[in-house]
Write a protein that binds this ligand. Structure first.
Ligand SMILES: [Zn+2]
Ligand SMILES: [Zn+2]
Length: 179
């Protein structure tokens, strides 16, 4: 997601350029977005550089954190970030780098690249442990079977209190039957 902002940097303070995003070729390379990315980007000229106001709707491909099945979920990213120029748009002279090493920069070709900001905001927005459904039972820790498909038959797998109670009852009954 790159925008050439040389012209924008020569415009008066407060002027806004609006972009609609609705193309799969805006996908950052190597990302796990599915299908189309939609949304909008407003680039506003500020006294220091350009303020990017970004709203992106996308679908993320992931694996359920319990059963590892393939899932996808919608995600909306919304953020404002100011990008600082490294080259004077009028004279072409290099500008001193900002004191903040984490500041987002417009490169020497006047390209404003949103990729890194999108990556960072994704990390803070997306769920740490996505699930295929809220009550996913996950995999058996012993044999790796997907317990959503049914019990795997491993001994000691049942932790349900009702089964424990039945098992205790069976132990009590058996000696009486033998006598
Ligand atoms: Zn699952
Ligand atoms: Zn098992």
């Amino acid at each position: 997601m790159q925008f050439v902002v040389g012209q924008q940097l020569r415009e008066p303070l407060g002027s806004v350029t609006h972009y609609e995003i609705r193309e799969s070729n805006h996908l950052p390379e190597g990302e796990d977005f599915l299908g189309e990315l939609t949304g909008s980007v407003d680039l506003m000229r500020t006294d220091k550089g350009i303020l990017a106001s970004v709203v992106i709707h996308c679908t993320i491909a992931a694996k359920c954190s319990r059963c590892l099945s393939d899932i996808s979920y919608p995600l909306t990213l919304a953020f404002d970030e100011e990008y600082l120029p490294t080259m004077d748009a009028s004279t072409g002279e290099p500008l001193p780098l900002p004191a903040d090493p984490d500041a987002f920069l417009i490169d020497s070709h006047q390209v404003l690249d949103l990729t890194e900001a999108v990556r960072q905001y994704r990390l803070t927005t997306e769920p740490l442990q996505p699930l295929c459904r809220p009550d996913c039972l996950g995999l058996c820790p012993r044999c790796g079977y997907d317990v959503n498909q049914g019990p795997c038959g491993c001994p000691g797998q049942e932790t349900d209190a009702r089964w424990t109670a039945l098992a205790e009852l069976a132990v009590k009954i058996e000696p009486e039957q033998e006598s």
